[in-house]
Ligand binder design. Structure first.
Ligand SMILES: [Zn+2]
Length: 70
């Protein structure tokens, strides 16, 4: 699952954590969690400048298990 943390200095960190034990799996960027709701007048782009066409988060990000919980 995705965990969003906002630190005191307003820095946001987005991480993918295990649904079972909450351990860190990988760091995510804002472009990893943007979805295209089709109502945007501007198509969101990923960090490579490619159009983001997904309309919902990937299953892998919604339900994630670390190596220990797999
Ligand atoms: Zn785990």
């Amino acid at each position: 699952m995705i965990k969003l943390e906002i630190k005191g200095n307003k820095q946001q960190t987005i991480t993918n954590v295990c649904n079972e034990c909450g351990s860190h799996i990988k760091s995510l960027g804002i472009t990893d969690i943007i979805v295209n709701n089709k109502k945007n007048t501007i198509t969101p782009k990923d960090s490579d400048g490619e159009d983001i066409t997904r309309t919902e988060l990937s299953e892998e990000l919604k339900v994630s298990l670390c190596e220990d919980c797999k």
